[in-house]
Design a binder for this molecule. Structure first.
Ligand SMILES: C[S@@+](CC[C@H](N)C(=O)[O-])C[C@H]1O[C@@H](n2cnc3c(N)ncnc32)[C@H](O)[C@@H]1O
Length: 239
């Protein structure tokens, strides 16, 4: 028997309507829909986003991915998730793994797909892209993310302030993902460089409780949720 296909579907930043037509078609027809399990018993972000598109005959599979840095623990979790998915694939059933944003952009799907193909080389994986959070944030703010020959840098997380300084020396536009835990340090660097008026934060972009801060001058201590992204226009865009 031919194994089923594992689809990785990027379901966009939050608004359920920001999924692609292709992703929605696959999502509605697969028998199994998998997603990262939420924390503390709550449904995860991707699970909530696709809930309205699913029907009661579809199996919903919550896969646990611990929020830790330990590589051994993470590898074990990816392999365990891959084996759970394989149980369905080997019976010829297709599985859609949904992930918020895009599935190739800092997404757990990459590790799941790698683990699956290492453990079961016959497995077939297809990726359906989605709208990632920096693009959604720019749309919400009503600004272009980049124009002309501007150089864009995305920092997935900030480990040292020096790293941010180096990037600000080079880039025209900087996007900081996972900014919530380092916001105050980032604010100080932007203040020293006179960039606070050209910096923006979007919390929970495109969701009903989205919050926008356009200009950060009077906001040194924002308490941001995990789903927040910061954009700095280092070089003022020419009019
Ligand atoms: C593990 S990354 C996942 C990125 C995701 N795959 C994407 O395409 O945007 C998680 C980070 O993405 C950003 N993020 C994702 N969705 C967001 C949203 N709706 N609003 C603001 N930031 C978001 C936040 O910076 C969050 O800490």
């Amino acid at each position: 028997m031919q194994p089923g296909i594992l689809y990785g579907i990027g379901v966009g930043p939050g608004d359920p309507e920001l999924i692609t037509v292709k992703g929605l078609g696959i999502l509605k027809r697969v028998p199994i829909v998998a997603f990262p399990a939420g924390v503390q018993g709550k449904p995860g972000m991707a699970q909530q986003m696709v809930a309205q598109w699913l029907n009661s005959s579809q199996v919903q599979l919550a896969l646990s991915f611990p929020y830790v840095q330990d590589n051994d623990i993470l590898t074990q979790a990816w392999q365990a998730a891959a084996e759970r998915v394989w149980q369905y694939l080997e019976l010829g059933q297709d599985v859609a793994f949904v992930s918020e944003g895009d599935v190739s952009f800092y997404s757990t799907f990459t590790y799941l797909a790698q683990a699956l193909q290492q453990l079961h080389p016959k497995a077939v994986v297809q990726t359906i892209p989605g709208i990632c959070s920096p693009m959604a944030a720019a749309a919400v703010l009503g600004i272009p993310l980049t124009i002309r020959a501007q150089r864009l840098v995305v920092l997935p997380a900030l480990y040292t302030v020096g790293e941010l300084e180096a990037v600000l020396d080079w880039a025209d536009v900087v996007v900081l993902m996972k900014v919530s835990s380092v916001y105050e340090q980032v604010w100080k660097v932007l203040q020293q460089r006179g960039l606070l008026e050209q910096a923006y934060v979007v919390e929970r972009a495109t969701l009903p409780d989205q919050v926008v801060y356009a200009g950060l001058r009077f906001r040194p201590n924002l308490k941001l949720p995990y789903f927040s992204v910061l954009i700095v226009q280092v070089t003022k865009s020419p009019n």
